[in-house]
Design a protein around this ligand. Structure first.
Ligand code: ADP
Length: 201
């Protein structure tokens, strides 16, 4: 008898594996919310270079985007003034934006991630060419468990908690997060963090 699993058993193991990964994401999201709400979340705020954090996040999410046949295109300035941020929380937020952009992109789509230096802040933009966000859903997008279409979650994963957590994390780092979207014309999310020098002043 062969040691290999039958096709059906293999399929079931894969489903079980995917389900346990989804459960893990949900558990981590709920633990994060609990820490945020109780004020127990610690932020290690140090000078960071946003170009580096964007590169890390793009690298970490490349395999996911590849699976969906979506590519990332980075447009980074040569130099970045430093911002004050917790690197791992910042990568967590960027991961949320990049994975959403990939998830809601059409097959073969490109997600453009740019970093822009403004006078007193640095901005990261994540632009996709997906279906966009309806005007009706826009006011709820940063709320807990909000999803425009839960059937996409069943197909591609998601908890509806990512943007709620992202907004809390960014605001704790004294930044802002927002988006612009026209149905049928894609979506751009952006994050702004004050320059470290602007905070010191
Ligand atoms: P999820 O885990 O469901 O992705 P999020 O809080 O990250 O949770 O996003 C909430 C919902 O906002 C998504 O389910 C989707 O309906 C909508 N959304 C987020 N990003 C995009 C995007 N780039 N394009 C279209 N819809 C989006």
């Amino acid at each position: 008898m062969s040691n290999e699993l039958s096709e059906t058993a293999n399929h079931l193991v894969n489903i079980a594996h995917q389900n346990s990964e989804r459960l893990l994401v949900l558990i981590n999201d709920i633990l994060d919310i609990d820490k945020i709400v109780s004020g127990q979340m610690r932020f290690n705020m140090v000078r960071e270079n946003l170009n580096d954090l964007v590169k890390q996040a793009a690298e970490a999410n490349k395999a996911y985007a590849d699976r969906l046949n979506v590519s990332f295109s980075l447009s980074l300035p040569e130099q970045n003034p430093p911002v004050m941020a917790d690197a791992s929380r910042m990568v967590q937020v960027l991961t949320n934006l990049l994975s959403n952009a990939a998830k809601f992109s059409p097959e073969g789509g490109t997600v453009v991630i740019s970093v822009l230096n403004d006078a007193d802040k640095v901005r990261v933009l994540v632009r996709d060419s997906g279906a966009g966000i309806s005007d009706e859903f826009k006011p709820r997008i940063f709320s807990k468990f909000s999803q425009a279409d839960s059937s996409i979650t069943r197909q591609k994963g998601g908890t509806g908690l990512g943007l709620y957590i992202s907004k809390q994390l960014i605001e704790h780092m004294r930044g802002t997060i927002d988006f612009e979207s026209k149905p049928g014309q894609g979506t751009t999310f952006w994050i702004e963090l004050p320059r470290a020098t602007a905070l010191a002043a």
